[in-house]
Design a protein around this ligand. Structure first.
Ligand SMILES: [Zn+2]
Length: 111
């Protein structure tokens, strides 16, 4: 398995806001002075929900864990956590790490 150590994000040169997406402008202050950064792969589950009925391209994935993951850089992103065998065991504060970039979903995380 090819595990990447970082995943792409954007950092604003104006207000220092960071997002886990590659964007041309800052979603916080509107500045166009942004740069691409590599975010570290480690994060924790800030909040999560178990999705039992998926829609669209997520239909075949359900049930799955949809989580807000906070990275080491304090960037929060909504993501799917894969490789969860027991949904009962998922807790806020659990350590997760970046797994791969999905072309439709974006960064995917795993335990
Ligand atoms: Zn900004």
């Amino acid at each position: 398995m090819n595990v990447t150590q970082t995943f792409p994000g954007t950092s604003c040169n104006q207000c220092n806001f960071k997002v886990a997406e590659v964007l041309d402008g800052c979603p916080s202050c509107g500045s166009e002075s942004t740069e691409k950064v590599d975010l570290k792969q480690n994060g924790i589950i800030h909040s999560f929900t178990i999705v039992y009925v998926g829609f669209g391209h997520m239909t075949d994935r359900a049930p799955y864990v949809l989580a807000i993951v906070q990275t080491e850089e304090n960037v929060k992103l909504t993501t799917v956590v894969e490789d969860v065998t027991n949904f009962e065991s998922v807790k806020i504060g659990d350590k997760v790490r970046f797994k791969n970039l999905d072309p439709k979903i974006g960064p995917i995380f795993q335990y």
